[in-house]
Design a protein. Structure first.
Length: 290
């Protein structure tokens, strides 16, 4: 788990610093969606290999060997491209007071972004946790209900890819408001729809539910100085991970006490809470054209 989480902030920072002008969010969207493709592909390969009779220890060891080979290849490629090294100059040199350390250009905007990420990831993790139980409550067979997560994640792959380009085209605030509102509508729709229709809606919900990540993470580069973006991404990813742990617990308590429907409606309400925070985020984003 440490190794899997360790690389996110560094890779995102590397991409953000490479695409300092236009194209940052699109590039991060490609990176995020590629990660989800890898998760699904390696999970499928693991299931297939174990199904063919290969011991899980051998499959896990093979994955570990592939990771080591990939790490060596990335090291050589990044060295050849001369990217990802330490800044040539002192990061604190030439910056006015208050601009060193974490390198946050606008503390109000960064705080708003962190709160938006926390709320957004809370709904993402909560929905993915409880959507199979919702399908079981809709009388879907337990084995078939598990497909709900796969369908949602499948839509999320496209959403993370597309929403990065959407933010580049219409702006961060407009795209964020659009996807959060559509997510709220989608959660209510899948709650009320008949089971077959609900399954058909899941990829569309996944598209906006997870696509917001490419919009929010791409804004870190606007709020944190280039040489300090690793710290900025580390803070945002840590907040997101904390939310992914806490939200299913809180929503589970609501579900146990009041039922699954109130828990799902709570998600639909929570996903709208970032909208007023956009008022604080808007002036902090350099070049925002929403």
């Amino acid at each position: 788990g440490f190794g899997a989480a360790f690389q996110h902030a560094l890779s995102s920072s590397l991409i953000s610093r490479t695409f300092e002008g236009s194209g940052r969010r699109a590039a991060l969207g490609i990176y995020n969606s590629s990660g989800d493709v890898g998760k699904l592909a390696f999970t499928a390969c693991f299931g297939l290999a174990v199904g063919m009779g290969i011991a899980w220890q051998g499959v896990a060891g093979g994955f570990g060997l592939m990771a080591l080979i990939a790490a060596a290849a990335l090291y050589l490629i990044l060295r050849q491209l001369d990217v990802g090294g330490r800044p040539a100059a002192d990061p604190g040199a030439g910056h006015p007071a208050g601009k060193i350390g974490w390198g946050i250009r606008n503390s109000t905007g960064f705080t708003a972004l962190a709160m938006i990420v926390f709320l957004d990831i809370a709904v993402q993790s909560g929905f993915l946790t409880f959507v199979p139980f919702l399908m079981i409550e809709k009388q879907a067979p337990a084995g078939f209900a598990a497909l709900a997560v796969v369908l949602t994640l499948g839509g999320g792959i496209l959403g993370k890819f597309a929403c990065g380009f959407l933010a580049e085209r219409i702006g961060v605030i407009r795209s964020l408001v659009a996807v959060e509102c559509l997510t709220a509508v989608g959660v209510v729709a899948v709650l009320l729809a008949p089971t077959p229709v609900a399954f058909l809606l899941l990829p569309l919900i996944g598209l906006v539910l997870q696509g917001s990540s490419s919009i929010t993470y791409g804004s870190v580069g606007d709020l944190v100085q280039g040489e300090r973006q690793s710290r900025g991404f580390a803070a945002i990813y840590s907040i997101a991970s904390g939310s992914a742990i806490l939200a299913p617990i809180g929503l589970g308590l609501i579900g146990d006490r009041y039922g699954l429907t109130p828990a799902m409606l709570t998600m639909a309400c929570v996903v709208l809470l970032p909208l007023p925070l956009c008022v604080l985020l808007r002036p902090a984003l350099a070049g925002e054209h929403a």
